[in-house]
Design a protein. Sequence first.
Length: 187
Amino acid sequence: MSDSEETAAHVETASTDTGAVISVGDDTIGIITWRQCYITVINNCSEDTLCNPCQYTQSGRCTQIPPPQIGPQSSGSALFTKTPYTARGSVGVMTYDLQDSTEKIAVMFSVPYDYSRSSNVYAVGIFDKSQECNYDLYYKMYYDPPTTFVRGEAKGPSLTYKGDHVTIVATMTDLYETVINVEVRHN
């Protein structure tokens, strides 16, 4: 048995015996990062489709990309994880355009590595489609006073932002492997 075959056999045995998850190269086979954010967007609009998803990560990476469209009365999910073997969390923002509209919805998330310095924070809001999904949007939603969005900590109440055409309601669990549920509905 070659060294690589022997190593693979030991990895297989270890993962089977302990339920461990192994990272090989850049592909995550199931490594538990302990700092991740699973976002589900539920489109409860009767006619509007959410399209053109974009994501920006200030820290970590998107390991399950959001679907290209979320039709009426359906949902889609994305997973953001910390980069393995780093002392950083999973932090970023995700957007969806409202089809046949000049607006987009945005979801900001921060699952920090060190809970002694900060806590899980999230924000939801509505922006003009010209607003890019980048560091500037993340910074605005994390640091600036709320204008076209609302922000809160996971341990607080749910968030609700009411725009001209749609309302966004969101909740976030206060865990290392957090879940954000976002509902979009007509006013």
